[in-house]
Write a protein that binds this ligand. Structure first.
Ligand SMILES: Nc1ncnc2c1ncn2[C@@H]1O[C@H](COP(=O)(O)OP(=O)(O)OP(=O)(O)O)[C@@H](O)[C@H]1O
Ligand SMILES: [Mg+2]
Length: 348
């Protein structure tokens, strides 16, 4: 069994665009007049993974599992307590000013709510021009207009949209503008944090397809965060499952429905319909609330909600290790394939 964490920069694979190594983001909890630190919200608590060039790595997990915090730490919008993030060989956590300038161009984020991320007082033209000024693309107004038009057409909008304000668009169109802005400086890596969860289903599909097309056209690499398990299957090459600040399983897209090894992932995936109607699957519901990231359970952090938990799970924290071509953090080697075939749960 091989652990995923790397110990030196030399171990980064050339095929990886992003390598995250034992990343931790803890938010201090302050109390009293002198604002003493009395504890920590361990939002991201030792996360390691890689994203290969041109792939989409999906990230799923319940609300509060640390997905957005992970995204913000990768972009250095918050300072991690520990760990490293390498983008194209540069350690983001320790990057100097010129390196940060390059990283701000190459790594971009699209948020869930384009209403909040687009300044309502600026037209699309001035939003895009401002981004070009920030990234030093051009100061020339005509050039900026030309480039804005090109970008708008790439995201399915046109000249008529250039001088409108954000409130004059539909939600889907606003998200297209956010994508155009992210591509102003030839970004290579986009973090998509629930990019379509504000949109209705038909608009969702068209934005997701646009993202897929742009990925091919511009050689983009995506980290795709979502609650929607069907969407993550549609968009991703591999999927990382987060639980209380940790990755508990990392699987290839093909294994999502049929070859899971962690009880949490199995229960999450059991909630979505199978693509093949004849395949039987027992409906398993996740029981209990997500424990607080302030008081993380000892041992395996999923054990209070896991019906397979043993004494070892209550005491010893499992690490993310390779098992049968999977990455999984679980002591109990449950075989869920039995559940799939019989429609029965593995424990009878
Ligand atoms: N700035 C902050 N200060 C203190 N705690 C924070 C801060 N930001 C996030 N948290 C806490 O960190 C934990 C993880 O939050 P995060 O927003 O990363 O979750 P998430 O997985 O993105 O959830 P959702 O699916 O609802 O978007 C939560 O318990 C949250 O309350
Ligand atoms: Mg979030």
């Amino acid at each position: 069994m091989k652990s995923l964490a790397i110990s030196t920069e030399d171990e980064i694979k050339p095929s990886d665009l992003l390598t995250v190594n034992n990343l931790k983001v803890w938010f201090p909890i302050k109390s009293g007049v002198v604002q003493r630190t009395i504890g920590y919200v361990k939002a991201v608590d030792g996360v390691s993974f890689n994203v290969k060039k041109n792939e989409t790595l999906g990230v799923v997990g319940e609300s509060g599992s640390g997905k957005t915090t992970l995204a913000r730490a990768i972009l250095r919008l918050i300072k991690p307590k520990d760990g490293a993030v390498y983008f194209d060989g540069v350690n983001v956590v320790k990057a100097n000013r010129p390196q940060m300038k390059m990283l701000r161009q190459k790594m971009q984020i699209i948020f869930q709510d384009p209403y909040a991320s687009l300044d309502p007082r600026q037209t699309v033209s001035s939003l895009l021009r401002e981004a070009m000024l920030i990234h030093g693309i051009t100061k020339n107004k005509n050039e900026a207009t030309q480039r804005s038009l090109e970008l708008l057409r790439k995201v399915g909008l046109d000249e008529e949209h250039l001088y409108r304000f954000p409130h004059e668009f539909s939600g889907g169109q606003r998200q297209r503008i956010a994508v155009a802005r992210a591509l102003v400086a030839n970004a290579k890596f986009l973090i998509l944090d629930e990019p379509t969860s504000f949109l209705d289903v038909s608009v969702q599909a068209s934005v997701l397809n646009l993202l897929k097309d742009l990925q091919k056209e511009f050689d983009l690499t995506y980290l795709f965060i979502t609650h929607n398990l069907a969407v993550v299957h549609h968009m991703s090459d591999r999927v990382a499952v987060m639980y209380l600040g940790k990755i508990v399983e990392l699987v290839d897209k093909g294994s999502i429905y049929y070859d899971l090894k962690h009880p949490y992932t199995y229960q999450l995936m059991a909630a979505i319909p199978l693509p093949e109607p004849e395949a039987k699957k027992k409906e398993v519901l996740l029981e209990g609330d997500v424990p607080s990231p302030i008081n993380i359970p000892p041992g395996c952090r999923f054990h209070p909600r896991c019906k397979y938990a043993t004494e070892k799970c209550r005491k010893e924290e499992p690490t993310l290790v390779e098992r049968d071509g999977h990455l999984v953090a679980c002591h109990s080697e449950v075989d869920f394939s039995a559940e799939k075939e019989t429609g029965e749960s593995a424990d009878g």
